[in-house]
Design a protein around this ligand. Structure first.
Ligand code: FES
Length: 62
């Protein structure tokens, strides 16, 4: 699913970032890493949802 249409970032990219970060990410962290949320800002709520939905199991694997 494309989360950020301005920068063509999908949810898998954000999940991957979150799973490799080793800490909870903010929207600003995501923007700094992949640009999502740095354009029109219309996807910020969706980025928050993706960060909150991230399965904890993914974090433990890294
Ligand atoms: S859709 Fe993500 S910044 Fe515009």
């Amino acid at each position: 699913m494309v989360v950020c249409h301005c920068n063509m970032v999908n949810d898998r990219t954000i999940y991957k970032l979150a799973n490799t970060a080793g800490r909870a990410l903010t929207v600003s962290d995501v923007t700094n890493h992949c640009g999502a949320g740095g354009g029109c800002g219309g996807c910020v709520d969706t980025i928050v949802e993706v960060l909150q939905a991230r399965p904890n199991d993914g974090a433990r694997q890294h």
